[in-house]
Write a protein that binds this ligand. Structure first.
Ligand SMILES: [Zn+2]
Length: 362
């Protein structure tokens, strides 16, 4: 749902299944009232320059009726966008998450850990937070002494002890982590551990029996692991504390009714970093839209990558210095990065290659 400055007031448009439809206009007075009301209703608002973001949920509706909201100020007035993120593909629990069974089983296995660190990598805040919600539910975190740290939205304040800090302020995050550690928590979820000192303190704090989940703004599990190895000088601390890294992303699913072969093979080969033959061997698809889907897409494809640190890998992390060697070790153990999984979904015609975000520099 879009509210855009228009004739002194606002124009309201709805995008339903890819189609943008006019839904009416608001007078200047009503437009101001609506934007003010949205601002006041935003959960865990975060502001960056003229850009304000947050979440709004329909009351009593759990993960249904959940919206990611952005308000962008411009000279003509504020534009407000609501995006429905109550995608059914994420489900209400990990068992309902629409990913291959083996990935789901790996995740559930990883979450058996009672202590240590689980890193959650990803670059889309809304998707990552939905995922945190699922992980905490799987751990039955509401029945335990669970702290959330950051600007955790809809799922946090009723069920967990929420410590609201701006995690981008390393000082605030570090102070909060120390205070939480003194409370002897069972579980700590840190929205974003982007600062190296925060990462290091997380690994120090799990020397006590606590499970810490920490978000990292990186695309793949391996990138998150390498970042962590750089951030924490004490290798033993990482090797013994880290239980695993999960990377998460979601992409628009091509409509199965109207998708057809995509002839842009040269462009696809370049963007995906594959040979022409590899592209030809796949079933590249695109979709222009039909009566069923509207814009060519229908729902989301969630993709997860689980890198579990088992005993052997932990020993390896202790002795091996270099990133490439660690990568080779993991590949030999059958590790498949999220970008490979996404590429396979593109080659299988589930996702359009334009959605591929992992191209070099991208
Ligand atoms: Zn269609």
């Amino acid at each position: 749902m879009h509210f855009e400055p228009w004739n002194g007031g606002a124009r309201v448009r709805l995008r339903v299944d890819g189609h943008l439809q006019d839904a009416g206009e608001l007078s200047a007075g009503w437009a101001r009232t609506v934007v003010q009301r949205v601002r006041e209703t935003l959960e865990s608002p975060g502001e960056q320059g003229p850009h304000l973001e947050g979440f709004i949920r329909s009351p009593e509706n759990g993960t249904h009726g959940l919206y990611y909201v952005t308000i962008v100020a411009s000279r003509r007035g504020p534009s407000v966008t609501f995006i429905d993120i109550s995608a059914p593909e994420f489900g209400a629990s990990l068992s309902e998450l629409a990913v291959p069974t083996e990935d789901r089983d790996e995740l559930i296995e990883l979450l058996r850990a009672r202590s240590g660190v689980v890193l959650v990598a990803g670059t889309n805040r809304a998707q990552k937070l939905r995922f945190f919600d699922l992980l905490l539910r799987e751990k039955k975190a509401a029945e335990r002494k669970t702290f959330t740290l950051g600007r955790m939205p809809w799922f946090s304040e009723d069920r967990y002890i929420q410590v609201r800090v701006r995690t981008e302020e390393a000082g605030e995050a570090l102070d909060a982590l120390r205070v939480i550690a003194e409370q002897e928590p069972d579980i700590v979820a840190v929205e974003d551990a982007w600062n190296e000192r925060v990462v290091a303190l997380i690994f120090q704090s799990v020397q006590r029996p606590v499970l810490c989940m920490a978000g990292l703004h990186l695309r793949t599990a391996l990138a998150a692991l390498e970042y962590t190895l750089d951030a924490v000088p004490n290798r033993t601390l990482v090797a013994e504390g880290l239980r695993g890294v999960v990377a998460v992303a979601a992409f628009r699913r091509l409509c199965p009714e109207c998708r057809k072969p995509d002839e842009r093979t040269a462009e696809a080969a370049r963007k995906l970093g594959l040979s022409h033959a590899e592209i030809k061997a796949g079933a590249l698809r695109r979709a222009e839209g039909c009566a069923v889907c509207g814009g060519g897409f229908s729902g989301l494809v969630p993709v997860v990558e689980v890198l579990r640190v088992d005993r052997e890998t932990a020993e390896y992390l202790k002795i091996e210095e270099s990133g490439p060697k660690i990568r080779d070790h993991l590949l030999a153990k059958g590790y498949r990065a999220i970008d490979v999984k996404v590429r396979n979904l593109i080659l299988a015609g589930e996702i359009e290659f334009d959605e591929y975000p992992y191209a070099e520099g991208g």
